[in-house]
Write a protein that binds this ligand. Structure first.
Ligand SMILES: Nc1ncnc2c1ncn2[C@@H]1O[C@H](COP(=O)(O)OP(=O)(O)OP(=O)(O)O)[C@@H](O)[C@H]1O
Length: 121
Protein backbone atom coordinates (compact mmCIF):
# COMPACT_ATOMS: atom_id res chain seq x y z
CA UNK A 1 0.00 0.00 0.00
CA UNK A 2 1.44 3.34 -0.92
CA UNK A 3 0.96 6.23 1.42
CA UNK A 4 2.17 9.70 0.45
CA UNK A 5 3.28 10.35 4.04
CA UNK A 6 5.80 7.48 3.80
CA UNK A 7 7.98 9.60 1.51
CA UNK A 8 8.18 12.49 3.91
CA UNK A 9 11.10 12.68 6.31
CA UNK A 10 11.38 14.71 9.46
CA UNK A 11 14.56 16.79 9.57
CA UNK A 12 15.99 19.20 12.09
CA UNK A 13 17.47 22.46 10.89
CA UNK A 14 19.66 24.02 13.58
CA UNK A 15 21.15 27.46 13.10
CA UNK A 16 23.58 29.50 15.18
CA UNK A 17 23.07 33.12 14.24
CA UNK A 18 23.80 36.65 15.40
CA UNK A 19 21.18 37.72 17.96
CA UNK A 20 20.37 40.87 15.97
CA UNK A 21 19.51 38.74 12.93
CA UNK A 22 16.72 36.81 14.67
CA UNK A 23 13.96 39.10 13.37
CA UNK A 24 14.98 38.72 9.76
CA UNK A 25 15.44 34.96 10.17
CA UNK A 26 11.93 34.63 11.65
CA UNK A 27 10.48 36.54 8.69
CA UNK A 28 12.45 34.37 6.25
CA UNK A 29 11.13 31.20 7.88
CA UNK A 30 7.53 32.42 7.68
CA UNK A 31 8.06 33.25 4.01
CA UNK A 32 9.35 29.75 3.26
CA UNK A 33 6.44 28.10 5.11
CA UNK A 34 8.31 26.95 8.21
CA UNK A 35 7.20 29.31 10.98
CA UNK A 36 7.51 26.89 13.93
CA UNK A 37 10.78 27.37 15.81
CA UNK A 38 12.48 27.08 19.17
CA UNK A 39 14.90 29.85 20.04
CA UNK A 40 17.61 29.71 22.71
CA UNK A 41 20.23 32.23 23.74
CA UNK A 42 23.59 30.46 23.69
CA UNK A 43 27.32 31.12 23.96
CA UNK A 44 29.56 29.60 21.36
CA UNK A 45 32.85 29.47 19.61
CA UNK A 46 33.51 29.01 15.91
CA UNK A 47 36.24 30.68 13.92
CA UNK A 48 35.14 34.16 14.97
CA UNK A 49 38.20 35.69 16.68
CA UNK A 50 38.23 36.11 20.45
CA UNK A 51 37.63 39.59 21.83
CA UNK A 52 40.31 41.10 24.05
CA UNK A 53 39.53 43.62 26.74
CA UNK A 54 40.91 45.19 29.90
CA UNK A 55 39.35 45.35 33.34
CA UNK A 56 41.10 47.07 36.26
CA UNK A 57 44.38 46.88 34.42
CA UNK A 58 44.06 43.17 33.72
CA UNK A 59 43.76 41.93 30.17
CA UNK A 60 41.08 39.34 29.53
CA UNK A 61 39.91 37.35 26.53
CA UNK A 62 36.33 36.53 25.63
CA UNK A 63 36.38 33.52 23.35
CA UNK A 64 32.68 32.68 23.67
CA UNK A 65 30.32 34.89 21.70
CA UNK A 66 26.61 35.44 22.29
CA UNK A 67 24.60 33.68 19.62
CA UNK A 68 21.02 32.59 19.14
CA UNK A 69 20.24 28.96 18.38
CA UNK A 70 17.23 28.44 16.15
CA UNK A 71 15.79 24.92 15.91
CA UNK A 72 13.26 24.11 13.26
CA UNK A 73 11.82 20.62 12.68
CA UNK A 74 10.38 20.27 9.20
CA UNK A 75 8.62 17.62 7.16
CA UNK A 76 6.63 19.28 4.37
CA UNK A 77 9.10 22.03 3.50
CA UNK A 78 12.48 20.71 2.27
CA UNK A 79 15.13 21.23 4.96
CA UNK A 80 17.51 22.65 2.35
CA UNK A 81 15.02 25.43 1.53
CA UNK A 82 14.72 26.24 5.21
CA UNK A 83 18.51 26.30 5.63
CA UNK A 84 18.92 28.54 2.58
CA UNK A 85 16.28 30.94 3.88
CA UNK A 86 18.19 31.20 7.16
CA UNK A 87 21.52 31.75 5.39
CA UNK A 88 19.99 34.50 3.26
CA UNK A 89 18.40 36.25 6.23
CA UNK A 90 21.34 35.90 8.66
CA UNK A 91 24.24 36.83 6.39
CA UNK A 92 26.25 40.00 6.89
CA UNK A 93 29.44 38.74 5.24
CA UNK A 94 31.54 39.42 8.34
CA UNK A 95 33.18 36.75 10.53
CA UNK A 96 30.74 35.37 13.08
CA UNK A 97 27.66 35.08 10.87
CA UNK A 98 27.21 31.52 12.15
CA UNK A 99 26.31 28.12 10.77
CA UNK A 100 23.33 25.98 9.81
CA UNK A 101 23.14 22.21 10.22
CA UNK A 102 20.59 19.69 8.92
CA UNK A 103 20.14 16.41 10.80
CA UNK A 104 17.76 13.48 10.28
CA UNK A 105 15.12 12.90 12.95
CA UNK A 106 14.13 9.38 13.96
CA UNK A 107 10.61 10.09 15.15
CA UNK A 108 8.24 12.90 16.14
CA UNK A 109 5.26 12.84 18.53
CA UNK A 110 2.54 15.42 18.91
CA UNK A 111 1.67 15.27 22.59
CA UNK A 112 -1.94 16.51 22.37
CA UNK A 113 -3.14 14.09 19.68
CA UNK A 114 -0.65 11.24 19.84
CA UNK A 115 0.08 11.74 16.14
CA UNK A 116 3.50 10.44 15.11
CA UNK A 117 5.82 10.93 12.15
CA UNK A 118 5.77 13.82 9.68
CA UNK A 119 2.17 14.70 10.56
CA UNK A 120 3.27 15.42 14.12
CA UNK A 121 5.56 18.21 12.94
N1 LIG B 1 31.41 23.05 14.57
C1 LIG B 1 30.60 23.67 15.42
N2 LIG B 1 30.01 22.99 16.42
C2 LIG B 1 29.19 23.59 17.29
N3 LIG B 1 28.85 24.88 17.21
C3 LIG B 1 29.38 25.61 16.23
C4 LIG B 1 30.30 25.05 15.29
N4 LIG B 1 30.67 26.03 14.44
C5 LIG B 1 30.04 27.13 14.81
N5 LIG B 1 29.27 26.88 15.91
C6 LIG B 1 28.41 27.82 16.58
O1 LIG B 1 28.14 28.87 15.66
C7 LIG B 1 28.53 30.11 16.22
C8 LIG B 1 28.99 31.01 15.12
O2 LIG B 1 30.15 30.47 14.58
P1 LIG B 1 31.08 31.36 13.66
O3 LIG B 1 30.29 32.38 12.96
O4 LIG B 1 32.28 31.79 14.41
O5 LIG B 1 31.41 30.23 12.64
P2 LIG B 1 32.37 30.23 11.50
O6 LIG B 1 31.61 29.89 10.29
O7 LIG B 1 33.45 29.30 11.93
O8 LIG B 1 32.92 31.71 11.44
P3 LIG B 1 32.95 32.72 10.24
O9 LIG B 1 31.57 33.28 10.17
O10 LIG B 1 33.94 33.68 10.70
O11 LIG B 1 33.34 31.95 9.04
C9 LIG B 1 29.58 29.75 17.24
O12 LIG B 1 29.71 30.76 18.21
C10 LIG B 1 29.02 28.45 17.80
O13 LIG B 1 27.98 28.76 18.72
Amino acid sequence: MSDESDDREVKLVTAFIRPDKLGEVKTGLVDVGAPSITVTNVSGRGSQPAKKGQWRGEEYTVDLHSKVKVECYVADVPAEEVAEAIVEAAKTGDPGDGKVFITPVEEAYQIRTGTTGPDAV
